[in-house]
Design a protein. Structure first.
Length: 359
């Protein structure tokens, strides 16, 4: 019996309770979770914006230590520190064959299969096939990545989503070049990772935008050279800070129609906008045919930072060891399982960066 945060139904309060976790079967790995980040995607799963079979144990950004492996597992052994990969690629679908593993058609197949039981015998599903809002979890072998040396295990949890996504948005999706100006709309956990990644890329100026003025200190510590409170005049202020033209690149980390539109209007003619935020079906953004022609901007979505975690994790570890990437600076609150509901409320209110559940 282990403790976990269980979502009994969509829009229902989380229940901190005991669950029965089986031993790993063929091709599976059991992991004792060291820490789990509370991501906005978990909130989206809990409120139905993203689909997830329930009841479920949420949490997809985590790191821990392998405690047992099932038959046929070769990638890791008991005692190995690992980062959880919530979107493992199958290597054989249409997108994987195109070398776009972040779009793998089978990445979330495991989320539909029950993996554990509640104390009263109900089947539980693993949130995003990972279920790290629990003391331990059982996942497929391809859902764990060996943690490179020199990276603290607790903070390594952030590599599983926020940092891979933020780094990839800058380096793979937007392909930011040294000297380019960049605006980040939304300074949560992923937004802070985008800011650190923009600093690594040599971007400048780097402008952070958020509804909360209290995030200015966090944003500047992460690499922002300017901070603007979100509002009707945001795009105009960005243009003023970029020679009247607008930023070369905008990265949107909220997922709302208004913030996507702000990112669009904040870029120069020919600029690039990468949308990282996950919005609901009713968040509709409109553009006129004339402005699409006139501005010549490129608007693109971004899934998991367009990353290949097996390729990018060692790169991120190098940045951590060299001091270019500060994982601890992304964490604003260290909590227990019972602190997750408050972390959800903080995200809804636009407060803080990343809350980290530490076991």
């Amino acid at each position: 019996m282990i403790r976990a945060a269980v979502l009994p139904a969509v829009n229902a309060p989380l229940e901190i309770t005991g669950i029965e976790l089986p031993e790993p079967g063929p091709g599976q790995v059991r992991v004792r979770v060291a820490a789990a980040g509370v991501c906005h995607s978990d909130l989206s799963l809990s409120n139905g914006t993203l689909r997830q079979p329930v009841p479920a144990v949420l949490g997809h950004e985590g790191a821990g230590t392998v405690t047992a492996v099932g038959p046929g597992v070769e990638r890791v052994a008991p005692g190995a520190p690992v980062v959880l990969n919530w979107a493992p690629s199958c290597g054989d679908c249409h997108f994987c064959r195109l070398r776009e593993p972040w779009l793998c058609a089978n990445a979330l197949a495991g989320a539909a299969t029950p993996y554990a039981r509640t104390e009263d015998g109900r089947e539980l599903h693993p949130g995003l096939a990972t279920a790290v809002f629990a003391e331990e979890t059982v996942v497929a072998e391809n859902a764990v990545l060996p943690l490179p040396d020199g990276v603290p295990l607790t903070e390594a949890a952030l590599l599983g989503c926020a940092v891979l996504t933020g780094y990839g948005a800058v380096h793979h999706s937007a392909r930011v070049r040294a000297g380019e100006s960049l605006v980040v709309v939304g300074v949560g956990g992923i937004g802070l990772a985008v800011l650190q990644s923009a600093r690594i890329a040599g971007a400048g100026p780097v402008i952070a935008v958020d509804v909360s003025p209290h995030k200015e200190e966090l944003a500047r510590a992460a690499g922002a050279t300017e901070f603007l409170p979100a509002g009707d005049g945001t795009a105009r202020r960005v243009r003023e800070l970029t020679g009247g033209h607008g930023a070369d690149v905008a990265v949107e980390c909220v997922g709302r129609a208004t913030t996507i539109r702000t990112a669009w209007e904040s870029t120069r003619r020919g600029g690039r906008i990468t949308v990282v935020g996950i919005g609901g079906r009713d968040e509709t953004v409109t553009f006129s045919a004339l402005e699409l022609f006139h501005f010549g901007r490129t608007l693109s979505g971004c899934v998991y930072g367009n990353c290949d975690p097996a390729r990018d994790l060692p790169v991120l570890a190098d940045h951590v060891r060299a001091g270019r990437l500060d994982l601890g600076a992304l964490v604003t609150d260290r909590i227990g399982l019972d602190g997750i509901p408050a972390a959800f409320e903080a995200m809804l209110a636009g407060r803080g960066g990343r809350s980290l559940v530490v076991f």
